[in-house]
Design a protein around this ligand. Structure first.
Ligand code: NAP
Length: 246
């Protein structure tokens, strides 16, 4: 996605490469970003939280979410940012034509992606946010961290009933609730990309609008791209790479 964008924008001598970093080597790998004068990196599992104390600065998003997915290197000063939440909201609005402002939302999941999505849904002005998760404790912890009057923990047994009065269902886990039934008026977002998941199937069955997570993947990447290069990210060009595949 990034290499395709560098090429299309005529940005010469830039390359995006994968590095497999073991947890024990994380500190040294971060130091190498400075030493090698790498413009920036994306961080993924399992390092998104562990990398936090190794940054010189954190963006407000990374601070709130408690995880970093993008590092920007300014002459050795490393800033940790998190573009997952903004990528999600941007995809919801631009790809899904759905504005969460004033809407009642259910979020399924309480991991890294769910945290970013929860904070950004609140910032986007949802009316209420109910959070359910396979392991209830994690959902309760997320609710406590969000510390907002519009946010509550939702028991798994109560999801079906709450769906009747909800506008948006966001699945932020590799698997969602089984046998879920949606209202035709709802919007369903599944963070999983590259496959037509059971959640999306249930949405189609109900006649509800729905979207998979590819747009979020592209848009969180596009935001990282603009941080590193200072250029407007070519979102549609970056998306092209995947449209051929998925
Ligand atoms: N589209 C994008 O741009 C994007 C970005 C980031 C992540 N993702 C995707 O989002 C998903 C979650 O990633 P993450 O980084 O948040 O992972 P994570 O931090 O490991 O969290 C995983 C979450 O999924 C739940 N879960 C895992 N397996 C489950 C199952 N079989 N049934 C029900 N719940 C299950 C976990 O529940 P417990 O607490 O009970 O374990 C937890 O809430 C992954 O599929 C990942 O590929 C997509």
């Amino acid at each position: 996605m990034h290499n395709f964008a560098f090429d299309k924008l005529g940005i010469k001598d830039w390359i995006y490469l994968p590095f497999h970093v073991k947890p024990k080597d994380l500190k040294a790998a971060v130091e190498d970003i400075r030493k090698l004068n790498i413009a920036g990196v994306n961080v993924t599992l399992p390092h998104k939280e562990a990398v936090l104390p190794l940054m010189n600065e954190l963006s407000p998003e990374a601070k709130k979410i408690g995880a970093v997915n993008t590092i920007i290197n300014d002459n050795g000063k490393l800033t940790g940012d998190n573009t997952d939440g903004m990528g999600f909201i941007s995809s919801l609005k631009a790809d899904g034509d759905f504005d969460p402002k004033g809407k009642r939302a259910i979020l399924w999941g309480a991991g890294g992606a769910a945290r970013a999505m929860a904070f950004s849904l609140l910032e986007a002005g949802v009316k209420s946010l109910s959070i359910a998760n396979r392991t209830p404790e994690r959902a309760k912890n997320l609710v406590a961290d969000l510390s907002h009057k519009s946010v509550q923990w939702l028991k798994m047994e109560d999801v079906a009933e709450t769906l009747i009065v909800s506008d948006l269902y966001v699945s932020a886990a590799p698997e969602s609730m089984k046998d879920i039934k949606f209202q035709p008026t709802m919007f369903i977002y599944d963070v999983v990309y590259g496959e037509f998941t059971p959640v999306l199937e249930a949405a189609k069955m109900a006649g509800a609008r729905c979207l998979g997570g590819l747009g979020m993947l592209v848009r969180q990447g596009a935001l990282s791209f603009s941080h590193w290069t200072g250029k407007e990210p070519p979102v549609s060009v970056m998306r092209e790479v995947f449209d051929a595949k998925f």
